[in-house]
Every structure is written in structure tokens, then in C-alpha cells.
Design a binder for this molecule. Structure first.
Ligand SMILES: [Zn+2]
Length: 329
């Protein structure tokens, strides 16, 4: 999504709202971009920043080639600031730092843009600070807040922003795009269940780590059904060493969700929705015998709980151990 015309193909409504406001020279003081991972929040924020600063624009499209566009792309433009959660939240100090920066006039122009990722993680102190800031908008300041969790945005923040919803991408079109990029159909189906981001999906599908992660996920589910006494050992000796980083641990849970969902789909005859297993896979037939529908629904809930705990910084080994006990219980 490098240009507005490209963005219009993927997020038509959002692109239209923003490009209209650019054409009429009525840019909002604050936008709230809300949508799932991979729906293009960052790409749109970048594009908007370039549009505001590029001096070589053709219509609404930034040139992408000038020094300004390039520096914004690489995160090195002095008047475009990015903030993201420090640990699990955006803290008051980060907003104060930003305000201080903003109190100087634009370093290279009279404009400033700040982009906040994970705006739902603002602590209440940070949110109060930010609110004051949004209430007295400096003349040419544009805030772009982004969130995957629109329900967690404080209403007072929301009311001061123009909220823009980014739609989930169409999975079939996305899978075709992946296949066009050399990803096998079965991998494309799995990837489209995990991400909406094309580049991410292509790189995962070529990644050894990811292939191994997928294998471990199936092995773990099988161990639950065939050697329940070995599950703890498996978690400690195989799972944890492979899923080291936090993002990897989240991905491990996402993969488990997909694996267990498949078993549930097979149960209820929705075999066309399988993403990990195939319908003639002997493994899934025995897994269906082992896990009841009721149990599977319970497991899916427990997996979502586990994801929340990871986000709350509970130690990953503990999260996996608790999950194991719950699945076995
Ligand atoms: Zn440019």
C-alpha cells in the first residue's frame, strides 16, 4: 500500500475519507485508525505523513522519491514522531517527552505529525496528558492513533479523534495473491488465517522457523491425545526453546488455536474450513475421536485466556503450564 490508489483497492472507505480531507485541505487534528493486524494501519499512517510533507505531490499522491518521502519511510524525519508501547503500555513520560518536542516549532517546516501505535495501551495518566494536548491542538499538528482493540480506547480520546475503521481483508483474494507470489495453496490458506499482511505471509511461508513451529503445534496436540504424561516434558524441551520471543509465543498460541479449531470444524462437518489439516488426514480423524466438541470449545476459550495472559506479561512458561493443566483437566 504505497499509494492512495493502491490503498483505495484495499481499504476503499478509509482511503476516500482521508484523501477527501486532503483535497479539501481539511485534515483532522487527530485520526484513530482501528483495525486488525495487517489491515494497513501503518501503511496508511506513513502514506498520510508523506502526503502532508512531500513537496512534489501529484494530486494527493506523494512522490515517494524525494528526500522527505524517503526519510519518512525510514523513520528519520524530524517532524514525524512515532510512539509505541514501552513494554505493555504507553506511559505518561513518553507523552511528556513528545509535548516538549512539540513545543519547539517544526524543525524543517511548520508541521508536525505524531503516530501512536497501540493507542489502547495508553495508561490513564498518559491518556490525560494526551487529552490536554488534543484539546489545544497546535496549529498544524496531526495525530494518528492506531489500535487493534478499538473497544479499549478511552471514550474521551475517541471523542476527540476522527475514527476510521479498516476492514478485514477478503481471505480468498488474499490467498490468491499469496499463490501468485509463489506460496503453495495449503500454506496460503494457513497464512491467511494468521495474518492479513502480504509481506509477512510470504516471508513466514519461506521461513524454516515457521515450518518447524507448525510441526510442533501438531505434535503438541497429538501428544495431548496419545501421551498425556509427556506433555509437560514436550513443553519444556521442545516448545519453549522454539518459541523464545514474545511475538513467537503469541504465534505459537495462534497456531494452536487454528489446530484446535480445525478439529472442531471437522467435528461439525465444516471440512472446507480446515487450515492446518486436510480432510483426508488420518491424524485429524483420531483427534476428533479424542476431543469432544464441548472440550474443544473449552480449549479455544482457554487459549484466548492464555493469549491475554501473555499480553499482561505473565511468564510464558507459566502460561503454557497452566494451559496444559486446563486442557488436561
Ligand atoms: Zn516526496
Amino acid at each position: 500500500m504505497k499509494t492512495w490508489s493502491e490503498a483505495a483497492g484495499i481499504q476503499p472507505l478509509a482511503s476516500k475519507i482521508i484523501t477527501n480531507s486532503i483535497q479539501r485541505d481539511r485534515i483532522s487534528h487527530a485520526y484513530l485508525l482501528q483495525g486488525d493486524r495487517g489491515t494497513g494501519k501503518e501503511a496508511i499512517a506513513l502514506l498520510l505523513a508523506k502526503t502532508l510533507f512531500c513537496n512534489n505531490r501529484s494530486g494527493v499522491e506523494p512522490c515517494q522519491e524525494c528526500n522527505t518521502c524517503k526519510r519518512i519511510d525510514s523513520g528519520n524525519h524530524p517532524d514525524v514522531h512515532w510512539i509505541e508501547p514501552d513494554g505493555r503500555s504507553i506511559r505518561k513520560e513518553q507523552i511528556e517527552h513528545l509535548q516538549k518536542e512539540f513545543s519547539y516549532s517544526g524543525l524543517e517546516s511548520d508541521k508536525k505529525v505524531y503516530v501512536a501505535k497501540g493507542a489502547d495501551t495508553l495508561t490513564s495518566n498518559a491518556a490525560n496528558r494526551l487529552l490536554k494536548f488534543l484539546e489545544e491542538p497546535a496549529k498544524q499538528t496531526t495525530a494518528i492513533l492506531m489500535t487493534e482493540n478499538s473497544s479499549s480506547i478511552i471514550p474521551t480520546i475517541r471523542s476527540r479523534c476522527q475514527a476510521i475503521d479498516l476492514k478485514p481483508l477478503n481471505p480468498a483474494a488474499f490467498q490468491d495473491q499469496l499463490v501468485d507470489n509463489g506460496v503453495s495453496r495449503s500454506n496460503a490458506v494457513l497464512m491467511s488465517a494468521l495474518t492479513n499482511n502480504l509481506d509477512e505471509a510470504i516471508s513466514w511461508s519461506k521461513d524454516e522457523w515457521f515450518a518447524q513451529a507448525r510441526k510442533l503445534m501438531v505434535q503438541l496436540i497429538e501428544t495431548f491425545s496419545t501421551n498425556p504424561n509427556d506433555v509437560f516434558l514436550f513443553i519444556h524441551q521442545q516448545w519453549m526453546p522454539h518459541f523464545k520471543e514474545r511475538t513467537q509465543q503469541e504465534q505459537g498460541l495462534d497456531l494452536l488455536l487454528l489446530g484446535f479449531k480445525d478439529i472442531l470444524y471437522y467435528h461439525i462437518g465444516k471440512e472446507e474450513d480446515l487450515v492446518v489439516f486436510t480432510r483426508d488426514d488420518a491424524r485429524i480423524e483420531s483427534l476428533v475421536m479424542f476431543f469432544s466438541q464441548e472440550k474443544l470449545l473449552d480449549i479455544l476459550n482457554k487459549l484466548l485466556d492464555a493469549k491475554r495472559k501473555l499480553k499482561q506479561n505473565v511468564h510464558p512458561t507459566l502460561v503454557m503450564e497452566q494451559l496444559t493443566i486446563q486442557i488436561q483437566g
